[in-house]
Design a protein around this ligand. Sequence first.
Ligand code: NAP
Length: 251
Amino acid sequence: MALLNNKTAVITGGNSGIGYATAVDFLAKGAKVLITGRRSDAVQQAVQTLGNQADGFVADQASLSDAKKLADHVRDTYGKIDILFVNAGIGKFGPFSTTTEEDFDKLMNINFKGAFFTIQELLPLINDGGSIILLSSINAYSGMPGAIVYSATKAALNSLGRTLSRELSGRKIRVNIVNPGPIDTPIFEKEGITREVINAGLMAKVIPLGRIGQPEEVANLVSFLASDDASFITGGEYNVDGGFIVHPLIG
Ligand code: NAP
């Protein structure tokens, strides 16, 4: 039997990068998948490519009213779900001294506050015994210069995941956190980090395995944590980073 047969999953930010790769993997393992994203055209295009077990819903993770609309849509369409992968997020980098209130609010509202209230809205729809996975980052721990607010949003997410794993244990809902290192997704180009820089291997030089990761390598871990094979795993944090976090040259 496929690993995720008869399971229904919601993936926030599923139209590209890690969220999209995870949608592909969940579907291949037998799940039904609803992806969200901000851009209607990108969500529609992703759903078309993913095939008929996939569906899409346009929702801005920073908007609490969108989170409520998403919950209404999920209730009306599926009733209940088994897996919630809170993946949507943005990067915005720069030094502490020039970080604006606008930068601060945007990052916090999408990466942390939005994640928090998306879970709150969808929680009543998650079956007992379900699985929540939060997509964080090794930035939650690395102290990397130039990522001061981004890192704080991810550290807050890890704290949320740890607390939720205890609060939801009565319903046997497992909550786990995934901390990727640098992964080859559009997030870099969205932040003006060009393909040339990535291809020049500047990031890869500080990764012990000598390369940046692929979104599918994160998806493999997320699928495992979503599945019943991870039935005794909750409150855990897992790095998928080619050894980056333990490398002495980090930062
Ligand atoms: P990506 O390809 O840019 O994917 C981000 C996804 O999130 C897109 O589908 C994007 O939709 C969506 N999204 C962004 N803001 C949103 C919002 N306000 N509401 C709804 N959806 C929103 O980048 P990615 O690398 O796969 O990022 C996925 C997650 O991994 C993020 O949380 C990121 O922080 C984390 N992460 C990435 C890396 C890395 O090196 N790539 C490392 C560690 C952690 P749009 O396209 O419409 O914006």
